[in-house]
Write a protein that binds this ligand. Structure first.
Ligand SMILES: Cc1cc2nc3c(=O)[nH]c(=O)nc-3n(C[C@H](O)[C@H](O)[C@H](O)COP(=O)(O)O)c2cc1C
Length: 550
């Protein structure tokens, strides 16, 4: 019944259109309609382009993807069901499959995609509106040209536009839910398969393996895109400009995972907002003897006794000094782990060598005075030595921000000294904190559930979390929120991350959480932070900084 009345209406409208046909218009419409035939190729090229060029939210990519897939499926379903019941239309040329509603559906999608892709580039509201109307008209023109040439029924064009609009709406809504679903699947795969296997092997070998994997995945556009499709997440609520540096999101990779600064091509695709490479040292260093990394499975931590193994500032700076980085890179500098540098003068010379060779690379520098595993301990957390070190660094610095990586085991008075000396030399912020090495700290040790652990090395992960949070809280209060604080230590979830932010950290870093939870945790934390901000009625992550510590 309904179909019959649609067919009748189609016939009436078609005979009206027939009376309007002129030869010259037929020529023009034939040209336009051929453009419509190229729709599939154009749409998929556009999809690829969005993906390649997009500094855009991944949600848009998925929205576009689902819209296209949904549209194509509807198209095929209609073709082989309802529309079969209708009398065939004239073919435009031999072999033209003439998908009934396809041209209008697909062309509308194409122009809407074009609109969504480019709209942010047009700042002027009026021009944006004109662009939108132009996109709509262009889409309708393709549908109308097919109608005019008698290849389509009028109802196909209207139906096509309705179907496309519906899919566009579904696609946009579905994208965020799909990301959640994808993360759940990835988490499941990591927890029950990947982790079960890799945790059977020596932790340092696994670390080396993931570094090789990361270098491979970052080495070419295809594996980078693949990684991006699986892990990447972006939301403008997470973006901040801090010390003149734009951070797309607050979650960074902490120093120590990418010691030789080799993973900067893949980490943005995994969803990190930035990374801190290193710690690099003046000279190349083999680090401490192996074994030197242990998992604390029950405590969700690691014991680290690497001792600053890295290829040294000469080799590293030579390799990357001309590179362009796709996200902010911090370079962490420490002093070479050997007997010579244990003395203050030699230690300062060594820091300076690493600092001078890398100070033009990346976006910020970190002076790591808190490695728990180097020869001679941490002499530069002592006020007098730190003053000497920072004096020399200050003389040699350029405009780039400099941060200090704090240990978690200091007394309040020692932290006060460091804050005071740092202010004297215009240090821009503190990273709170490094590994804990204080095995006499009963509160911390209560969180280490394994028995018979090695008696040396620094502990990461959940056992260091409270110490890190207390340091953030104290420094934020003491400096009245005037210096940058980066929170690191025991972040495994968005709640852990948000807690540090509300205590005063503007940015975050992590390693252990990623090892225990899987790489998708970076996107999960970012997506979770957006939800928490929405719940608190905040528009940007920067508004949450220090809220619990005023
Ligand atoms: C394997 C490993 C190596 C590390 N090496 C360094 C380093 O070279 N320089 C540094 O400043 N911190 C280093 N750290 C400390 C981390 O940057 C971070 O401060 C600490 O692990 C706490 O964060 P997490 O609990 O998220 O791991 C290392 C940590 C780990 C787990």
């Amino acid at each position: 019944m309904i179909l019959q009345s649609i067919i009748d209406l189609d016939q009436t409208l078609l005979s009206k259109i027939e009376s309007l046909q002129t030869e010259s218009l037929v020529k023009v419409f034939k040209m336009i309609t051929h453009f419509g035939d190229a729709k599939i190729v154009i749409i998929f090229t556009l999809l690829l382009l969005i993906f390649l060029l997009s500094k855009k939210e991944i949600q848009k990519f998925y929205a576009v993807f689902f819209t296209t897939v949904g549209g194509a499926l509807t198209e095929l379903t209609l073709k082989y069901t309802v529309l079969r019941a209708r009398p065939p239309r004239m073919l435009m040329f031999e072999g033209d499959p003439s998908f009934p509603s396809g041209h209008s559906t697909m062309s509308l999608m194409f122009f809407m995609l074009l609109f969504f892709t480019l709209k942010d580039k047009i700042k002027n509201k009026f021009l944006k509106f004109i662009f939108f109307v132009a996109c709509l008209l262009s889409a309708s023109l393709i549908g109308f040209s097919r109608l005019y040439l008698h290849v389509h029924y009028p109802s196909d064009v209207i139906g096509g536009i309705l179907v496309a609009t519906l899919w566009l709406m579904i696609g946009l809504n579905f994208a965020e839910k799909f990301i959640t679903f994808k993360n759940i699947v990835m988490k499941f795969l990591y927890k029950y398969i990947v982790k079960q296997i890799v945790f059977l092997f020596d932790p340092e070998n696994v670390h080396d393996f993931f570094n090789v994997m990361g270098r491979f995945l970052g080495s070419n556009i295809f594996t980078r895109l693949f990684t991006r499709a699986i892990f990447y997440y972006k939301n403008p609520m997470l973006s901040q400009k801090i010390l003149g540096i734009k951070f797309e999101n607050p979650v960074g990779l902490a120093a120590g995972f990418d010691k030789n600064i080799e993973l900067y091509k893949i980490l943005p695709e995994v969803g990190f907002g930035y990374e801190e490479g290193g710690s690099i040292t003046g000279d190349k260093s083999e680090g401490n003897p192996k074994p030197r990394l242990w998992r604390l499975k029950k405590s969700q931590g690691l014991i680290v006794y690497y001792g600053l193994n890295n290829k040294g500032s000469d080799e590293i700076s030579n390799r990357i000094k001309k590179e362009k980085f796709r996200f902010p890179l911090g370079v962490s500098v420490a002093k070479t782990n050997c007997e010579r540098t244990a003395l203050s003068e030699e230690g300062i010379k060594d820091y300076l060598k690493g600092f001078n060779l890398t100070k033009t690379i990346g976006s910020y520098m970190t002076i790591n005075v808190s490695c728990p595993n180097a020869h001679g301990g941490q002499p530069f957390t002592d006020a007098e030595s730190l003053d000497k070190l920072l004096k020399v660094i200050h003389k040699n610095r350029n405009k780039k921000p400099i941060l200090i990586k704090m240990p978690p085991d200091l007394k309040r008075s020692e932290i006060d000294d460091i804050i005071e000396i740092s202010a004297k030399y215009k240090i821009d912020g503190f990273i709170c904190t490094n590994l804990t090495k204080d095995r006499m700290n009963k509160k911390m040790m209560a969180k280490v559930h394994e028995k018979n652990i090695v008696g040396f090395g620094g502990i990461s992960g959940k056992p260091v979390e409270d110490l890190s949070n207390e340091t953030i809280k104290y420094i934020y209060k003491k400096t009245q929120g005037k210096v940058l604080i980066i929170g690191v230590g025991g972040i495994f979830s968005e709640e852990d991350a948000y807690k540090k932010i509300r205590l005063g950290a503007s940015l975050l870093q992590m390693i252990t959480g990623m090892i225990f939870e899987g790489p998708q945790v970076v996107g999960e934390i970012n997506q979770g932070l957006v939800k928490l901000l929405n719940k608190d009625g905040l528009e940007n992550i920067s508004q949450a900084v220090g809220l619990d510590n005023k």
